[in-house]
Ligand binder design. Structure first.
Ligand SMILES: [Zn+2]
Length: 343
């Protein structure tokens, strides 16, 4: 599911009858825009619908119209490694100081198309265009290509780092804290152990342990458990906690806002943190449970505020601010944080 939250944003530009005209190809560009919009959140247009209001963490990033202007920041200063190689690369070119291996596909089309995706650069070109012309086109768009390759590489590194290794001792974020997963056959179900460590430690001893994770989640599984079993057990525990915490926060904010909701449900939506409908149904993404309470509170307050203002008008934000004064910080967190990848 997180895969989609971080859907690969392939980007493309195209040279019609290279190298004279420069245009972006419609199909892939639309897809790239959708991916961008989706990964950020629901756009305002949807949110202003009279029946449904969707939480948007931030306005969708504008897709840079590419490639005519080169960025003023030097590419060389942004990119670390000098080699980018598509796994199916059959050709190679040196662009500025970087070696780029790309996959060349001959296609029935009238233009040269460049696609930079998670795997690297691929080039689609008509049969009648010679390699020399393709290379000229690549050099002309070197700045755009290198910038996109650098962005993709950074994303892959962030996703790789966020991937959970499902084993005894792995850690997961829970309410903004780090919880260590412990396989413990004596445990029934899953138990968060806060008391043992905390009750035994005196305040000064605790201070010494500052920064050391003390929360352990004991999962009733044998040490031979598979990664999948561990993931499923942890995930269902997180979902139970989400339900409990969200219900409690909803109670709190319905009182503050003087609203009533009819139903609260957990969602696994890939692109939304929450939604509210005019009939009083609130849906909250269970993955919010990874975040600190202040972030959860913002989303809860946001959705409940829609029961007063079913839009994103200044009046709506006034309502949100009245109960969560520093909501901007929470919005930033939702936008920037990479969720652990569960697969
Ligand atoms: Zn909203």
């Amino acid at each position: 599911m997180t895969r989609k939250l971080h859907a690969p944003d392939a980007q493309q530009l195209s040279l019609f009858d290279a190298p004279v005209l420069v245009e972006q190809v419609s199909v892939e560009q639309v897809l790239a825009e959708q991916a961008l919009a989706a990964s950020d959140a629901a756009p305002d247009a949807q949110a202003t619908s009279p029946v449904t209001a969707l939480l948007h963490a931030s306005p969708a990033s504008p897709v840079s119209p590419a490639p005519a202007e080169t960025p003023s920041v030097s590419i060389a200063s942004v990119l670390r490694p000098a080699v980018f190689r598509h796994p199916n690369a059959d050709r190679e070119i040196r662009l500025q100081d970087h070696v780029v291996g790309y996959a060349l596909k001959r296609a029935r089309r009238r233009s040269i198309g460049f696609i930079v995706g998670a795997e690297g650069l691929s080039v689609n070109a008509p049969k009648w265009v010679g390699v020399g012309d393709i290379e000229t086109a690549l050099r002309e768009k070197a700045a755009w290509i290198l910038r996109k390759l650098g962005e993709q590489q950074e994303r892959q590194q962030r996703l790789q780092a966020a991937k959970v290794d499902w084993r005894d001792g792995t850690s997961i974020p829970f309410l903004g804290e780090t919880v260590i997963v412990v396989l413990d056959p004596r445990t029934t179900g899953a138990v968060l152990n806060t008391s043992a460590a905390n009750a035994l430690l005196k305040p000064q001893a605790q201070a010494q342990l500052d920064g050391v994770p003390q929360l352990t989640l004991h999962i009733g599984l044998p040490h031979t458990a598979t990664a999948e079993q561990i993931r499923d057990a942890v995930q269902s525990w997180l979902q139970r906690q989400a339900k409990r915490v969200f219900e409690e926060r909803c109670q709190h904010y319905t009182q503050q806002l003087g609203v009533r909701y009819t139903r609260l449900s957990l969602s696994s939506a890939q692109t939304r943190w929450g939604s509210a409908t005019a009939d009083g149904t609130i849906r909250l993404n269970w993955r919010l449970i990874h975040f600190a309470m202040s972030t959860i509170d913002y989303v809860v307050a946001h959705e409940l505020a829609h029961l007063r203002e079913m839009n994103h008008s200044p009046k709506f934000w006034d309502v949100v601010r009245s109960v969560v004064p520093d909501y901007e910080a929470a919005r930033g967190t939702l936008k920037d944080k990479v969720l652990p990848v569960f697969d």
